[in-house]
Design a protein around this ligand. Structure first.
Ligand code: ZN
Length: 213
């Protein structure tokens, strides 16, 4: 493994760690980070649609508080060439915002079957934002999509969750496991104390990541 690959893997592992801590604190478990071209971190964010991260966060507690939006808000005015890593594929809103912020690229770990709208990156003011699934950190993909699926079931119920409906078509094995975990309620007792424990739980259960449509 080259130094560059190792650095990329470390970035994804720490991003999943951030997603995990937001999940166990009641969030959806999606995390995004914005870095410059030297991989230096500028800002990060987690989904706070269901949680209040800080009293000054105007997006928190609203459906707009996706991890990417929170990271972009935290980054402020991006004058440097910047890119984003995010644990789940961005929705149309976040991809649009990444274009407006003139990010050069967005890389994501897991494919979100509830948000299949993205096919290509946006172009804003003559600059295109490149969007693609990361080639590094792929072993973390099942965990990256499992956390928001469980939270969606806990929040809306399996029958009313649009995410669960997408999974019933695209990855019923993962959905079944998520329903069981959501029923158990004590998430840490079921999944373990750390993202690594939860990763191992999914691995033992034999779930596979959802493929793009
Ligand atoms: Zn979004």
């Amino acid at each position: 493994m080259s130094d560059r690959q190792r650095a990329a893997n470390t970035s994804w592992e720490s991003l999943i760690g951030l997603a995990w801590s937001s999940f166990v604190n009641g969030g959806y478990g999606v995390a995004a980070t914005i870095t410059d071209t030297d991989n230096k971190q500028i800002a990060d964010g987690t989904n706070s649609c269901a949680t209040q991260v800080s009293p000054t966060d105007t997006l928190s507690g609203t459906p707009l508080a996706h991890a990417e939006m929170n990271a972009l808000l935290a980054a402020g005015d991006l004058t440097r060439d910047a890119r984003m890593l995010v644990t789940l594929s961005p929705c149309a809103m976040c991809l649009g915002a990444a274009g407006v912020a003139r990010l050069s690229s967005v890389r994501y770990l897991a494919h979100d079957p509830g948000s299949d709208t993205l096919l290509s990156g946006p172009t804003y003011a003559g600059r295109a934002t490149d969007i693609s699934q990361a080639s590094e950190g792929r072993w973390l993909t099942p965990l990256a999509e499992f956390l928001p699926l469980v939270r969606s079931i806990l929040r809306h119920g399996a029958a009313r969750s649009a995410t669960a409906a997408a999974y019933s078509q695209r990855n019923p094995t993962m959905l079944q496991l998520a329903v069981e975990v959501a029923k158990a309620r004590d998430l840490k007792r079921t999944l373990g104390n750390t993202a690594a424990d939860a990763y191992q739980f999914l691995r033992d259960a034999g779930v596979t990541p959802t493929s793009p449509a």
